[in-house]
Design a protein around this ligand. Sequence first.
Ligand code: ADP
Ligand code: ZN
Ligand code: ZN
Length: 818
Amino acid sequence: MLYTCRAGTLQWSLVPRYCDVSVPVPLDRPFTYELPLTLRDRAQAGARVLVPFGNRKLIGMVLRCHDEAPSVATKEVFRLLDEEPVLDLALLNLGRWIASYYCSPLGEVLRSMVPLSAETRRTKVYSLTTIGRDTARQLLLGTPGDEPAVQLLRLLEARPLSSSTLERKIPNVAPALKALMKKGLVSLEQDEADRDPMRAPAARLRAEFAARVREGEKLPKSERELLSYLELHPGSHNLADLETVLPKASTAARALARRSLVSLRPEAPSMLVAPGRAPHALNARQQAAYESVAASLRAGKFEAFLIHGVTGSGKTEVYLKLIEETLALGRSALLLVPEIGLTPGVAGQFFHRFGDRVAILHSAFSGMERVEQWRRIRSGAAGVVVGTRSGVFAPVKNLGLIVIDEEHDQSYKQEENPRYNGRDVALVRARESNACVVLGSATPSLESRYNTERGKYTLLSMPDRIENRPMPEVELIDMRQEFLETRKQNTFSRALITAVRERLAIGEQTMFLMNRRGFASFACCRTCGERMLCRDCAVTLTYHRRDKRMLCHYCGYAEKVPEKCAHCDSDHIYFIGAGSEKVETELHQELGGARIARMDRDTVSSRHDYEEILHGFREKRFDVLVGTQMIAKGHDIPNVTLVGIVSADIGLGMPDFRAAERTFQLLTQAAGRAGRGSIPGQVLVQTINPEHYAIRCAAAQDYEKFYAKELEFRRLMRYPPFSALANLVVRSPQQEEALRMSTDIGNLLNPAPEGLKVLGPSEAPVPRLKQEFRYQLLIKAIHRKVLNETLNMIRRKVLESKWPATALIVDVDPLTLL
Ligand code: ADP
Ligand code: ZN
Ligand code: ZN
C-alpha cells in the first residue's frame, strides 16, 4: 500500500496499486495489472492503458483501480494513454450493457466505442499501386496459381492489409512482398495517422499556387497548365474540382507540390459540405410532432417517440427544431443517420443552422479527423453531433436528445463484433441519461411500430407531404403478361420505356432501381447445366462486363469470363439474370442519346464518387440515374418525376423472414423519390409477383395494411417482435469440424430449455463462405433472459473447449440470416 500527498491538499489519501483492465480479446473477464509508482495517482476508470498480454502489447481500458492484491502474480502496466478518461462512467456502463445483451466480450465492445486508434496505431499497411491493381486483375484472370505472390495480389486486391494479417494468411510472405514492392506493384502505407497527406484522394486535398518555375526550367504540359491556372485563380482549390477543368490536375498537383511550386493541404471536413437552406416555418403536422417531443424535453425525462412520416413530409425540419430546443435547454443532441445518408446536403443543413457547434462523425473521415471531432465533442465545444451508427457513443456532455433518422435502416446494425444495433443502444443510453429519443421513418420497422402499440414509444404521424404535394402514383406492371403479349424476355416493359421517353422529351428526370449489381447474375452451361461458382464460397459468380470478369459478391474473388464449360468443355455458355450494369447498357440502346449515370458499388468506390454522381444528377447533368438501393435512400431531387423499378422481386425469394419487410421498405422508399418538387410523380413497378402483399401494399403506399399483415405472420411464426431471436453460426475451413461443432451446440440445447425453440443445426443459407464451411442454429425465445442465459452458457462451453476464437458467431437480434 502506498500513501501520497496530493498536490494542494494536506490530506493523505489512499492511492490504488492495481487496476482491472478490459483488453480486446474474446475472453469475458478483465485482467488485473499492477500500476507502476508513477501512474498510481493518475490512472482512472475509463482511461486507456498499454499492457503486456501473453507476448503481445494490447491497448485496454481501465475498469477500476483498487488495492485488492490478486492471488496470482501480476504484470505491470506499460503506459497510460489518457490522463483524462475517454469514457465516462455512464459510457462504461453502456459498454457493459452491450457486452451483456449482445453476448460480446467487453474488451471488444469498449474498443469499438472509442474511435481513437489512429492516435496510437503504428502498424504497417500494404496496398496495391495503380499498376499493381491492373496487374492483379490481368494475372488473377490468367493464373489460378497458389504461389505467395499471386495470393498476395489476390488478398490486396480486396483491401489494404497489415503485415501481421498477411503473415498470418500467407506462409513465408516476406520475400514475395519485397519483390512486388521492388516492381512497384505494392506499396507500404503507414497507417492513416502518419500517411503522407499528399497521397490522400483528390477530393480530400486543396491546391494553391506557391511559386513560379525558375527561368529555363521545363515542365510537362499538364503541370504547366495547372500552374498557370492556379496562378490566374488565386486561393485554394479542391483537387477533384480542378480535375473537372484540367483532366490530369491531381497527378500534376502532386508533382508540383514535390517541387514546392504548389502547396497541397488536406481538405477541412467542413469543406465537404453543401450550403444549407433557410429554416421553414413548421406546418401544423410538423408543429404538433414538435410540441409533443419538446414537452418531454422540457420535463427532462426519458421518453421515446416514433415519427411515422411519409416520404417528403418534412421530418428533417422537425429534427432541426428539436435540436434547437435541446441546445436552448443547455443540453446536447445526437442525430444518427444511415451509413449512406450523411451527404453534404444533410451536413450542410446542420452547419447552416448550428455553425461550429456541430461535429460530424463519419466513417469515411480519416482516423485523425475522427480523433479531432471526437475531442471537440468531449471538450463540450460541439453540442450537436451528426453521425452514423457508432455516433451513438459520442461523448457529448449532458445528453438531452437522440434522433435516429430512417430508423428501419439496416446499417444501424453492425455486422461484425460487437453486433450491436445503434438504434437500440440509443434507447438504452437515452434512458440512462434522462434524454428523449426520436425515431423517424416513412417505413418504420415492425419492431418499432409494434412498440408504439405496446405503449413503449409514442406514435406521431405525419401522413401528408409538405404543401399537400400528392404522393406519387404507383402502377404495377405484370411482366408475365408483358411476356405473353410481346413473346420476349425484355428487361423493360413497353409502358416503362414510353414513360421515360416522355420525361426525356420535356426535360424531367428519371430514376431506375435495379437492386443487384453486375451485368448478369450468373453464367451457366447450356450443355450440362453447370453453373459457375466461386472458388471459396457456395454462391454463383456474377458477370461484370466492363471489368470483363466473373466476380463473387460475397468475398470479392474474381475469374476470367469462361469461354468453355470447365465441366464438359462445351462452349455454349449463357448468362442469366440482369443487374444494374445491364440495365444501364440496355437503357443506352433504348434511349439513344440520353445521358445516363449509374450508381452502385462498382461505380461508387468512395464517398466522393457517391456525392459526385448525386450532385451531377441534381444539377441535371444526367437525364437518368440507374442504381441499386443506394439511390432509394432519402435523396430529395425535385426534378425527378418518374421512378422505374425494374424488378420488384429480387429480394422476395431470400430465405429470410424479413424478406417481405425489406422489399416493402425498399419499394416504398424508392417510390418516395418521385414527385418531390411541384410536379406530381409517377412510379412504375415491374414484377412477376403482382399479388404478393409486400408489393401490393408498397404500390398502394399503405403502410398500415402491410404492418397488419406482416405482424400476423410474425405472430404465427413466433418471429420478432413476438420472440427474442439469436442466430448462431459455426464456421471452420474443415467441413467435419464445422459439422461437429454445430452438433455439439445442438446437443447442449437438447432438450431445449423451457421457453426456447431451436431450429437446426443446419447448413447456413450460404453453406461455404470465404473458404469456411458454415452451419447455423436459430434460437427463438419467449423471454430475453432465458435466451441470454443460454447464449452465455454456450459461450462458456466454447471457451472451455478451446475452439478457435472465430469459430462461433453469436448474433443477437439478427437483421439478416444469410
Ligand atoms: P422527409 O425527410 O420527411 O422525406 P424532408 O425533410 O426531406 O422530408 O422535406 C421535404 C422537403 O420539404 C424539403 O425540401 C424541405 O426543405 C421542405 N420542407 C420541410 N418543411 C417545410 C415547411 N414547413 N414548409 C415548406 N417546405 C418544407
Ligand atoms: Zn457444361
Ligand atoms: Zn466468394
